[in-house]
Design a protein around this ligand. Structure first.
Ligand code: PGA
Length: 266
């Protein structure tokens, strides 16, 4: 079994100074556990200064966006190599907020996926349906389009470097989480689509994480699902204690049964 990924998407929250405080708290809470992959994606202004704060911990850094071109006249944008220079390991791409507010298309997101992989950044490609699309029974169609167009041209050798985040738009920041069964159903579907695009053994290696109002209360029931390989956490990642609780739940679920039984017996 591969490791869970628990990633915090801080969105446009925390100044550099505040980000340093939160990262330091996370280092205290989470430390250097190695059972679960943990990442935080702060605003760009904080990215550069957090590597030293996280030094000695196993918490990795990620960015929330990037431009596909390596350099050039793109006012206000940053490239993959600029993120790498700041020690980012992951980059969130195609978040529904970027799709909606900044009109990012699947084609544009696909270019970013390629540029990220080229720069050895691990893309976290977000897909997910709106409430209206779900109500109209279009969830699987929407996901299929986002996935096939978002991953177009990504070679099989690189496919398992991509992380897919299933984020139903109606669950983001609303406190309305998908039930574990609902999420599992879509995750299985994503895994099947990936198996069709690549092959089954590759699809099994691609992490599919869930995002949308995941918190310390509902994380266990979601992470327990067979095809849910982690979480992309917004609101609950802004409080060190809450985020650490989710990480700890993933750590517990990663342990072989006998070990956790032994611990609870003590
Ligand atoms: P949320 O955000 O946890 O606040 O719903 C998740 C996300 O947008 O990645």
């Amino acid at each position: 079994m591969y490791k869970y990924l628990i990633a915090g998407n801080w969105k446009m929250n925390k100044t550099s100074a505040e980000a340093k405080d939160l990262a330091a708290e996370l280092v205290d809470e989470i430390g250097a556990q190695a059972e679960v992959n943990v990442a935080i994606c702060p605003p760009l202004t904080a990215l550069g200064s957090l590597a030293s704060t996280l030094d000695g911990s196993t918490i990795a850094l990620g960015a929330q966006n990037m431009h596909p071109e390596p350099s050039g006249a793109y006012t206000g944008e940053v490239s993959a190599s600029m993120l790498r220079e700041l020690f980012a390991k992951y980059v969130i791409l195609g978040h529904s907020e970027r799709r909606e507010y900044f009109k990012e298309s699947n084609e544009f997101i696909n270019k970013k996926v390629h540029a990220a992989l080229e720069a050895s950044l691990r893309p976290i490609l977000c897909v997910g349906e709106s409430q209206a699309e779900r109500d109209a029974g279009k969830t699987f169609d929407v996901i299929k389009k986002q996935l096939s167009e978002g991953l177009a041209g990504v070679a099989i050798q690189k496919a398992d470097k991509v992380i897919i985040a299933y984020e139903p738009i109606w669950a983001i920041g609303t406190g309305k989480t998908a039930t574990p069964e609902m999420a599992q159903e879509v995750h299985t579907h994503i895994r099947e689509l990936l198996a069709g695009m690549y092959k089954e053994s590759v699809a099994r290696k691609i992490s599919i994480i869930y995002g949308g109002s995941m918190n310390a209360q509902n994380a266990k029931s979601l992470l327990e699902q067979k095809d849910i390989d982690g979480g992309l956490i917004g609101g609950a990642s802004l409080k060190a204690r809450d985020f650490a609780k989710i990480v700890n739940i993933a750590v517990e679920l990663s342990r072989p049964l006998s070990e956790s039984m032994l611990e609870s017996a003590n």
